[in-house]
Design a protein around this ligand. Sequence first.
Ligand code: GLN
Length: 473
Amino acid sequence: MNEHTQKTLGELKDMLENGECSAVDLVKKSLKTIKEENDEINAYLEVFDDALEEAEEADKRRKKGEQGALLGIPIAVKDNMLIEGKTVSAGSKILENYTASYDAFVIQKLKESGAVIVGRTNLDEFAMGGSTENSAFGVVRNPHDKTRVAGGSSGGSAAAVAMGSVPVSLGSDTGGSIREPAAFCGCVGLKPTYGTVSRNGLIAMGSSLDQIGPFANTVDDVELLFRVIEGHDPKDSTSLLHPEFATADKNTLTIGVPRSFFKEGVRSDVLEQFEATLEMLKTAGHTIKDIELPYIKYSLPVYYIIMPAEASTNLSRFDGMRYGLHVEGKDLLEEYKKSRGKGFGKEVRRRIMLGTYVLSSGYYDAYYGKATTVRKMIQDDFTRAFKDCDAIATPTTPSPAFTIGEKEDPVSMYLTDIFTVPANIAGIPGISVPMGSVTRHDKKLPIGFQIMAPHMHENTLFTLGRLVEKKTN
Ligand code: GLN
């Protein structure tokens, strides 16, 4: 652990401002923690050798009177966002030696704000997974119990914060990949409203579901980083033109709880903590209301049609010619087959096959067409619920972090996302905030409280999230 990463961004900024520490000090501490912890945790795939130079640069910028929102703050970035001149592997052998030729929009924003990117973090290959066990570069171990997963697919970014190497990091969330590892690692993670953060320069998984978002130790810090990375980008056609966030100025908020959705499958001790958190929100003056979301139970089947369909399309560009790994063959077809066969891991190949199947002529209407219809019905469920509620709460996951190798069956792994996938299907924002811990084999494991809100109502998530974290602290 590193005493600086236990401080909030506000405190670190004050220290930098008062000259109590420099960006170089902060980055040196980060690098030291990574050196001590990373061999075991495997959160980082690469630590950047120019991080100290960047920190010196940040110190110079501050001396000149600059005041970037993250000036001199060390940050880690999931290795599926392009950083010009750096390798970007997406956790895959196919891109192992691929160098990014431009900065993703969020990276430009980080650089403008003065953040110092210390390294790129491990992930499930092409963000497909919920435990980082699908990374071509080894699993990420949970800092709270190293026999357990850190979650996924942004397991590296969550563990980077939880192991105390950086105060903040970036991940991406297609079906829960920020919120689930945040819950497993005991940090705060936000999946913003679809379209508020540009996907330009994010290696695509499911384009209608993907969103980049922040991890941090506190809701305030998540909010701060979110303000840095959001904004319109003409290079992303789904980026909102005039993002306007609703204010959360009501004193009493109504929180809907879809109990029938999670009456089965949630561990009883997780449920107890969830109910206790609701009770605390009630005591704080908010209203808790039982709600029904009749179609939400179809979220996972819908997700596992739409996501592979989009992923198989997005991954068609990795043909061994244009990007990364190339394997010689006797003709072009054999080169495609060999490059993709060698470059992609098992889960990625499984999803490409699934996606190609549901999009093939004769099956398109039965699978993809039907899934898009049900997607709309799930979206309507939320619209209806948000007429009477300001937010919806669920546990983030049915159980705490599982042990490495425990979920070999892909379907049992897919079920971990049951509460997180609906927000991606509807494009609404969701946050996971630590709500306490449960004990497994004498180890205390963190669990998360998920809050969802209507599009552009991130402020409601921050307001309620701050109350939840108060209960936990
Ligand atoms: N775990 C989910 C999956 O395997 C979500 C992944 C993500 O959000 N990137 O698809």
